[in-house]
Design a protein around this ligand. Sequence first.
Ligand code: SF4
Length: 189
Amino acid sequence: MGLNASDPDAGRTEVAAAPAEGVFTTTLDKMVRWARAGSLWPLPFGTACCAIEFMSVVSSHYDLARFGAEVVRFSPRQSDMMIVAGTVVDKQAPILKLIYEQMCAPKWVISMGVCASSGGFYRAYHVMQGIDEVVPVDVYVPGCPPTPEGLIYAILKLQEKIERGDPSHWQVEAERRAADDRSQQLVGS
Ligand code: SF4
């Protein structure tokens, strides 16, 4: 770099302009989003045949570990991505909501298959016509049965959203509730 005895700062400028090979800069926010997107912990709420497709996704052939989302947990305290796979009847709705509320935040929900997304072909009084009646859904997977590739695609889309910094529906709901509370307080005061 050629230090000049008459100008002691000349070398410093050159080093700052050309960082050593293998060095990169980023922001803490970007790094946290990247880490979150690559380490989702799924909680499967499997009630029917869609859950079998989910099982294949975490097994050796499809190997969800390639995308960092293979650490399946059945405790809401240890999960941040709920995958609802199957038909959900009205009696299960409060259980689904409770488990969702107990999950770590920030959290995301994938609705897998037409039954979870819209009730599917169960146009019946006892079946929920879409889980978004009780939990906010971030990605819907179409199909009956949805393919393992479809679920992997949904997880990749969710990862893209997290890396971009898009707010999860949980965050949107939380902000809306906080705004409602504030207006209630203003009305009451
Ligand atoms: S969408 Fe199809 S495969 Fe999935 S739970 Fe419903 S009936 Fe079964």
